[in-house]
Design a protein around this ligand. Structure first.
Ligand code: FAD
Length: 474
């Protein structure tokens, strides 16, 4: 049977379900087609489960070193089954929350695989959605005025380094390990790789990170990346940078996997119980009927304009499937902007330079705006303020005083070009810098915002004062 809608959204991940809620707020008759579970990667295979595991790892590491706080705990033990069931419980609770929000917004959810059809008896324009229902019932036919493609992404591997779920894992398999391996090689030292390196190392797994670039977290400011490398090494993580993995060298069996990498002109061999491949994600553009439309796919990602319209102006695309910053909060904001555009609400386009990026390792990294190198490459004359957590009382109280806040400003205009942080709870602190950039605040204005004492946020105030050489505690 055919159903008519103002909007049908293909994919119920963070991008898709948030777009649906905004559409329902605007009075649009809306449906979501989801082949797996509402909440998508972020809720089931990404942000939330990985952060739940990271938190358990942090508690375990703190308990092991509780002597530092004058607290003696004998026989600290890890119950990994409980760690996993806690994580699953959090995911399930949030999953129920998303299901409830769909009901509350009167959003129809079709559980099945959606596909865009070309012009048909239902519509002269491409965009009718056929849904192959998961429950095996007859295909549903949805006739929307507008479509949003929000089909997300999946882990990428290297040719020859196939994910087998036993020896070679992606983050998907790693999240549901029943037991921790004794050792692991992490191929790729970007955001996901470093979160896993930090977590597994805190869980006492022997970790080796093999990274192709000459530094880990290579898109971060160079000083942040250098500090992270130092702190990971301090944890016991082995890091090999400038190393090109040779996938054809993969050997596995008897509980060991070995791989070689080209490093400084030599072949180096690495062995462990498992390999985790974290070399990026590829967009889900296959099997969704793009060939029935004029939608363009460029370098594997759906091409869109500033308001997320594809070449078919009534079909939008948002989130990981369009590439760029593959982050949950980016996907949801793109979804809101697309819905407001199609509903003629005249939204502003997104300024990606105002978006905060976070890494939830221990210690954490957070940033907004340009790195020092990017600002220099753009020709800015810079003034930079830096402040270490070592001089922040609350960081010492927490026993977490590694790291710093760095603020990069334009010497001529006082504009804040970039803010970079590494240290305790910085993922919760970066929003002050984000707001400062949205409001066009200067370092002087941040520095003269009175930060509570003792608080970690004092490091932001001091770094802002340090831009003009006026930090108090340095
Ligand atoms: P997805 O969440 O991938 O959702 C797409 C949905 O579409 C899926 O549910 C899929 O089943 C469905 N779908 C696909 N094809 C079809 C079809 N034909 N028919 C019906 N349904 C279909 N981001 C952060 O901001 N913070 C983090 O801390 C963070 N941590 C991460 C940790 C890991 C390990 C990973 C892998 C990712 C992490 N991310 C994080 C990234 C974040 O998960 C993604 O950016 C976000 O999920 C993208 O949302 P999306 O809606 O575009 O796609």
């Amino acid at each position: 049977m055919a159903q008519e809608y103002d909007l049908v959204i293909l994919g119920g991940g963070t991008g898709g379900y948030v777009a649906a809620i905004r559409a329902s707020q605007l009075g649009l008759k809306t449906a979501i087609v989801e082949k797996g579970k509402l909440g998508g990667t972020c809720l089931h295979r990404g942000c939330i489960p990985s952060k739940a595991l990271l938190r358990s790892a942090e508690v375990y590491a703190t308990a092991k070193h509780s002597d530092n706080f004058g607290v003696k705990i004998n026989g600290v033990e890890l119950d990994f089954e409980k760690v996993q069931s806690r994580k699953d419980g959090i995911v399930e609770q949030l999953h129920k929350g998303v299901q409830h929000l769909m009901k509350q917004g009167k959003i129809d959810v079709y559980e099945g695989i959606g596909r865009i059809l070309g012009p048909s008896i239902f519509s002269p324009m491409p965009g009718t959605i056929s849904v192959e229902m998961n429950n095996g019932e007859e295909n549903e036919m949805l006739i929307p005025k507008n479509v949003i493609v929000a089909t997300g992404s999946r882990p990428r591997s290297l040719p020859g380094l196939d994910i087998d779920g036993e020896y070679v894992l992606s983050s998907d398999e790693a999240l549901s390990l029943e037991q921790l391996p004794k050792s692991i090689i992490i191929v790729g030292g970007g955001v996901i790789g470093i979160e896993w390196a930090s977590m597994l190392s805190d869980f006492d797994v022997e970790v080796t990170v093999v990274e192709y670039a000459d530094k880990i977290v290579p898109t971060e400011d160079h000083e942040i990346s250098k500090e992270m490398q130092r702190l990971m090494k301090k944890k016991g993580v082995k890091i090999v940078t400038g190393a090109k993995v040779l996938p054809e060298s993969l050997q596995k069996g008897d509980g060991t996997v070995t791989i070689k990498a080209e490093h400084k002109g030599e072949e180096k061999s690495f062995s462990a119980e498992k390999i985790l491949v974290s070399v990026g994600r590829q967009a889900n553009v296959e099997g969704i009927g793009i060939e029935n439309t004029d939608i363009k796919v460029e370098k594997g990602f759906v091409e869109v304009n500033d308001f997320f319209q594809t070449k078919e102006s009534h079909i939008y695309a948002i989130g990981d499937v369009i590439g760029g910053l593959q982050l949950a909060h980016v996907a949801s904001h793109e979804g809101i902007t697309a819905v407001e555009h199609l509903a003629n609400e005249k939204p502003q386009s997104i300024d990606y330079s105002l978006i905060s990026k976070c890494i939830y390792s221990n210690p954490e990294i957070a940033s907004v705006g340009m790195t020092e190198q990017e600002a220099k490459d753009k020709g800015f004359e810079l003034k930079i303020g830096k402040f270490s957590f070592r001089a922040i009382g609350k960081a010492l109280v927490y026993g977490e005083s590694d790291g710093f806040v760095k603020i990069i400003a334009d010497k001529d205009t006082d504009d804040i070009l970039g803010v970079h942080m590494i240290g305790p709870h910085v993922t919760d602190m970066i929003s002050e810098a984000g707001l400062a950039r949205v409001l066009d605040a200067t370092p002087w204005e941040i520095g003269h915002t009175i930060h509570p004492h003792p608080s970690l946020s004092e490091a932001i105030g001091e770094a802002a004062l340090a831009v003009d050489g006026k930090a108090i505690h340095s």
